[in-house]
Design a protein around this ligand. Structure first.
Ligand SMILES: Cc1cc2nc3c(=O)[nH]c(=O)nc-3n(C[C@H](O)[C@H](O)[C@H](O)COP(=O)(O)OP(=O)(O)OC[C@H]3O[C@@H](n4cnc5c(N)ncnc54)[C@H](O)[C@@H]3O)c2cc1C
Length: 381
């Protein structure tokens, strides 16, 4: 009987894990199946550029099948429960997928409903649809106060709100409208970014760009009629346009299976990526409770570790400890506007030291955005 490996979620992490496993286990009796609710693979980093008209939604979606090794099966199904007793993924439709090994790669979801009034009162760019609506709102905007902030931690791609802010500032300056706009940035903790070294880097940049920063700002309610946002800390801000990254939670399937913490993140070992208390079950990417950025980059490095570990378990070959343990590595870019960017490269033990922004990093990011489809899901980098 073949070893059955199920990968729940065909995003960045799930697709790469499946393709690497197919390659590593090509001589073994295995069945590798990716289960994805849409069958579409979305490149979310491109959403940052949609509101500025600098990207098209069409470039950001591919059929998952086209990205998978031909030895990997794809099931398009919304699985609602992981039945650990029977080792089955179960769907409301009655579909079931048995597994010996499971990789949970279900990503994260926006939950604007966690803040009353947020869905009605705020724009954001954390889905293609929302980013398109925000683009229209920016084109219609006649000046006044734009409050841009983070609705809760953790959320996907921690640098993205700052990137959006700096791109917006540059865009307003280019079109001669910056003088008529008051930009306010809000963040839930006592500095403008979770990691101290990045905060130290970004604080003078925000000052130089004339952005007012409101720290310790956790949105409690939004009043779309009065155009006001109130924080749990008791601060009220008036806005003309509100851009707020919605709070995030893990996929429903994790909570429905009794696996997740109160936000629905799977409790995951920091190094082995095994889900605590479950045998032969791993989690990668946004779905985990790991203390690293919810990013495609983290999902990418974690997929390699999980593929290494499962392949070693199946073949019985000794585990390469270097490749089979995750060290918290994340590497991403932070756009600072005016065709410049910096990089954030770090792991559990080494915080990022962002270099001076330059055009080189910006163009590296642009190149990565274009080449993603050919290199990341296929495991070429
Ligand atoms: C605006 C924005 C900018 C970003 N920029 C960057 C960046 O520059 N660099 C970077 O590294 N990261 C960036 N990210 C973050 C990155 O896109 C995510 O962290 C990454 O996609 C996470 O990968 P994942 O595999 O964990 O989940 P995802 O890629 O989200 O994939 C999850 C998959 O699981 C499927 N799924 C969920 N539940 C079920 C279910 N019950 N049954 C079946 N299928 C299911 C979904 O359909 C989806 O296909 C950005 C994100 C946003 C929103």
């Amino acid at each position: 009987m073949p070893a059955r490996i199920a990968i729940l979620g065909g995003g960045v992490g799930g697709t790469l894990a499946a393709n690497l496993l197919a390659r590593k286990l090509k001589d073994q009796d295995v069945q590798i199946t990716v289960a994805d609710r849409t069958g579409k693979h979305v490149y979310q980093p491109g959403w940052l550029y949609l509101p500025f008209g600098a990207e098209s939604e069409r470039n950001l979606v591919r059929n998952e099948r086209s990205l998978l090794d031909k030895r990997v099966n794809l099931i398009v199904e919304d699985f609602s429960r992981i039945d650990m007793e029977r080792r089955l993924l179960v769907a409301e439709s009655g579909a079931a997928l048995p597994f010996d090994y499971l990789v949970i790669a279900t990503g994260s979801r926006n939950t604007p409903e966690d803040v009353p009034g947020l869905a009605e009162g705020a724009y954001h760019f954390y889905s293609a649809e929302a980013a398109t609506q925000l683009g229209q709102a920016l084109r219609d905007f006649q000046g006044g106060t734009i409050v841009l902030g983070v609705g809760g931690l953790p959320h996907r791609c921690p640098p993205a709100p700052l990137e959006f802010l700096l791109l917006l500032d540059a865009d307003l300056r280019r079109s001669g409208k910056r003088e008529s706009v008051n930009l306010v940035y809000t963040y839930p903790i006592g500095r403008p970014f979770t990691i101290e070294t990045v905060s130290d880097f970004i604080t003078p940049v925000l000052e130089e760009r004339g952005v007012t920063v409101e720290t310790f700002f956790n949105p409690e309610t939004v009043d779309p009629q009065q155009k006001q946002i109130l924080s749990l800390e008791g601060t009220t801000l008036d806005y003309d346009l509100l851009i707020m990254i919605p709070p995030h939670r893990g996929a429903e399937v994790i909570s429905a299976s009794g696996i997740g913490d109160e936000q629905g993140w799977a409790p995951t070992d920091r190094h082995t990526l095994a889900v605590q208390g479950l045998e032969r079950v791993y989690a990668i990417g946004d779905a985990t409770d790991l203390p690293v950025s919810k990013s495609g980059s983290a999902a990418h490095f974690q997929a390699k570790v999980v593929a290494e570990r499962i392949a070693a378990e199946i073949t019985g070959k000794p585990l390469d400890e270097g490749a089979g343990l995750y060290n918290g590595h994340v590497m991403c870019f932070l756009e600072t506007g005016n065709e410049q960017a910096t990089t954030l490269n770090f792991d559990y033990d080494h915080p990022p030291e962002p270099p001076r922004p330059s055009r080189i990093y910006h163009y590296e990011k642009m190149l990565f955005n274009r080449t993603y489809w050919y290199i990341v899901p296929k495991g070429i980098v």
